[in-house]
Design a protein around this ligand. Structure first.
Ligand code: MN
Length: 319
């Protein structure tokens, strides 16, 4: 997906120094808005309070929503640099097309992972004009400096480790959880898990205490580490936790992300992760003038234009 906020704001990871080595319980409201007909989007990362959790630097929840004929998601061709896009489908289907020539539908229980590296373009469209449902999470993973100029790549993961624990169905999305390791290729130590239950459930999730973690409830309500949590709030857990307790009295779903605190300061603006304002200006100019990034064929959606660089005012931010 693409950052389509009207006022596209730059954010620097140094805005939110981590509290290393400490557990935390910080409730962070996700920003919500509507795109297209009636797609509700909730953005949990980045926010003023928190830019990253490990290398995870962007977290959008799309839906859950029912849409009519011809009203499905359409995000036209747009570029990325310096990150991986990680699309986790819960309901519905999205057709990914990219400038490497990949064309791949992602379905519930599956992940599409696009490694932008030095630059790629993709489009994400509803696979058909039929009415349908959509519920998905899209996350971005910042690439460390040593990997961020790598060749772009795309991978589809049709199956991921799934296990049961205390009436939760757990899918290991990235890294290792409950002793099982996802095949998803990442470039920083991190973890992602989806935990869903159809009724009352409780479990304890073992965590790597060297990681920082956060959870986002995607549907229903859960008790997380003693906090009651509903959709629309990211609960940042900090570091130094070896487990968290989860409890639900009814159907619910939760996304857990974590990782080693990212040791590099990044800049995030529009669909780019970089290290300097000059890189952002260069990438924006190259995209808007049709250089560098290549083209996507087949998408019915119009190519997106990078917003005005007025929002890119990183130089005056105090350390
Ligand atoms: Mn995108």
């Amino acid at each position: 997906m693409s950052d389509q906020e009207r006022d596209c704001q730059a954010s620097a990871s140094r805005d939110c120094p981590a509290a290393p080595g400490c557990p935390a319980l910080e409730r962070i409201p996700a920003r919500a808005w509507v795109i297209g007909a009636d797609f509700s989007i909730r953005r949990a990362l980045p926010s003023r309070q928190r830019r990253m959790v490990g290398a995870w630097c962007f977290l959008d929840q799309a839906g859950p929503v029912s849409y009519g004929a011809g009203q499905g998601l359409h995000v036209g061709p747009h570029p990325h640099i310096g990150l991986q896009t990680f699309t986790w489908m819960i309901e519905g289907e999205i057709l990914h097309r990219d400038s490497l020539g990949f064309e791949q539908i992602v379905r519930p229980g599956q992940v599409n992972l696009m490694t932008a590296g030095r630059g790629i373009v993709h489009a994400e469209d509803a696979a058909t004009d039929a009415p349908g449902r959509l519920h998905a999470a899209q996350l971005w993973i910042a690439l460390p400096d040593a990997e961020r100029h790598r060749e772009p790549a795309f991978a589809h993961y049709p199956t991921l480790p799934v296990l049961e624990s205390g009436n939760f169905t757990v899918t290991v999305l990235a890294g290792t959880g409950f002793g099982q390791t996802a095949p998803v290729q990442t470039f920083s130590p991190l973890v992602g898990m989806d935990l869903a239950c159809a009724g009352p459930a409780r479990t304890r999730v073992a965590l790597n205490p060297a990681f920082e973690h956060a959870v986002l409830v995607l549907s229903g309500a859960l008790d997380v580490a003693g906090e009651t949590l509903e959709p629309g709030t990211l609960l940042y857990l900090g570091q130094a936790r070896s487990e968290i307790a989860l409890r639900s009295q009814a159907a619910a779903r939760l996304l857990l992300v974590g990782g080693e605190p990212f040791g590099e300061e990044i800049l995030l603006w529009w669909n780019f992760v970089a290290r300097s304002q000059e890189e952002m200006i260069g990438a924006t100019a190259d995209w808007n003038s049709g250089r560098r990034f290549g083209t996507v064929s087949g998408s019915p959606s119009p190519r997106l234009v990078a917003p005005e660089l007025a929002g890119l005012n990183l130089g005056r931010r105090a350390r």
